[in-house]
Ligand binder design. Sequence first.
Ligand SMILES: Cc1ncc(COP(=O)(O)O)c(C=O)c1O
Length: 380
Amino acid sequence: MQQGWIQQREATAPALASPVHGAVDAEELAALGLDPTQVTVFSASVNPYGPPPRILQAVRQAVTEQNLARYPDPECRELRQALARHHGLDPTWIWVGNGSAELIWLLARALGAARQAAVLAPTFSEYANGLLAADATLLPVSLPGWRWTSAGHFAPEEDDLAPVQEALAQAKPELVFLCNPNNPTGRLLTPQEVQALQRAAPDAFWVVDEAFMPFVAQPWTAAEWLPTGNWAVLRSLTKDFGLSGLRLGYLLAPPSVIQAIRALQPPWTVNRLAQVAGLAALEELAWREASLARLRTDGQVFRSVLEEAGLCPWPTDVNFFLLPMDDPARVRLALLRQGLLVRDATSFGLAGFLRLSVRRPAENQRLVQALGQLLLNRPG
Ligand SMILES: Cc1ncc(COP(=O)(O)O)c(C=O)c1O
């Protein structure tokens, strides 16, 4: 059990006024004299080809006086019907949120309050933040391939399920958050691996965050296990469709869990334009597939050019990857001064890594050049 990781989360989570994420920080840019529209964002892993024209058109058409003046459907019925058809589920198994981040916090409160909850880490910070805010007891468990060190960060470890299973069996959590594929490591666990982990904590309710599953070449979903009653699956529409500013995500879970979430969610958090965008997105699955296939090719080129420049991008299953880097904070700031925003992975508990997302080819090329120059001119 990595007590240090818990303490680190406890120290940072209450200070939620300034959570660390990959989004553009207007204040930081202003201090550097940068115009936000001129900054290329490699720090938030969003499809750079989105949003598709059909969504833009649907949202533009929905900007009418009446639509803006009237309250949206607080139950997102039409969108849930469409999602139900897409997933082959009854709408009672689906709930929509203002981004999947809202649903993470609602799940933490509904299922984690005063309970023992495990987070497989290093991972996205909002599971721990939501759980700590809900007064859950946080039981951090390292993901396969990682261990928490006495130096106060995660370090790479042999990629083995056994110690993770052992830690889960010992922790006996009532709730588990698993990000698959995982942010920030980009690693996808197979169905067999996830099942093997679940067998080590069979009494827990398992929440699998599949925000980045559409980016995987051969995606799979834990949604097929929903009927057992022990699983929930989170999906986001903000990354694959490029809707991070609009906010839209959904939860697939047994109706009892959906009811618990509903009871905690303020009404109308999903606005009408987001609901319209969600319906249009479900008509644009072919666009998503084509643009993400293109992005995978862009990613292969990006990574091989980084390798040619003498850098060592880590393997990934998605549209972002870790890049080992001495002094990532310094490199991030130097790149930002040139209008290139990357993520220093220190806030994930990782020391010595940047996390880069894949963007369009010319943008990727610009980043490689800037990095090459920076590292060549590094003071000895
Ligand atoms: C793994 C993961 N899940 C969920 C989210 C939240 O996504 P959203 O609230 O935009 O749907 C993020 C955002 O970065 C993420 O990285």
